[in-house]
Design a protein. Structure first.
Length: 170
């Protein structure tokens, strides 16, 4: 096999992760109603809903700040500026959360928001808002733990094992 044959074979091959991204994006876009595809501008209400949604995923506690304390919703807005399909699903989900009955997501108590997140985790994985929930949860944790402020409350001065080696940062 010549080098040019080898190159052309790799050019058309997809890694498993890339193939899954393509399939997920395709399914998510096919599931979106036509109105959501044409109206994908991010409003201030969508931004507030997104921030509240991310706070429900990562609330503040004694070990660290909440998602919006670290401005994670801005990270999502930056991604949405660059990727129109991500923006469409995000805006569609924010509008869905805003149209919940009997009250929108922003009006729900924390326990009710947690119950909704639990229902999303158990729902049909092909629904666009469920897809966005999974993506948002993964991205939120990624951005959250990449921020050094999340490690302030963790005890990092002791060795991870009682009789282990002292950590290099002491």
């Amino acid at each position: 096999m010549s080098e040019s044959d080898n190159t052309s074979t790799h050019y058309f091959s997809l890694r498993r992760r890339d193939a899954l991204k393509l399939v997920t994006s395709f399914l998510a876009c096919c599931a979106l109603p036509g109105a959501a595809l044409s109206q994908h501008q991010i409003t201030a209400h969508d931004s507030s809903t997104l921030a509240s949604f991310l706070n429900a995923i990562i609330p503040a506690d004694e070990f660290g700040p909440s998602a919006t304390d670290l401005d994670l919703h801005y990270e999502f807005l930056i991604i949405a500026e660059s990727y129109s399909k991500f923006r469409e699903i995000m805006v569609s989900t924010c509008k869905w959360l805003g149209d919940l009955k009997p009250m929108p997501f922003l009006s729900l108590r924390s326990a009710q928001q947690q119950q909704l997140l639990h229902q999303l985790a158990q729902s049909d994985q092909l629904l666009p808002h469920v897809i966005f929930y999974g993506v948002a949860r993964n991205l939120a944790y990624y951005f959250y733990y990449a921020n050094p402020q999340t490690r302030v409350h963790l005890s990092m001065n002791e060795a991870p094992q009682p009789r282990g080696y002292p950590p290099p940062w002491t």
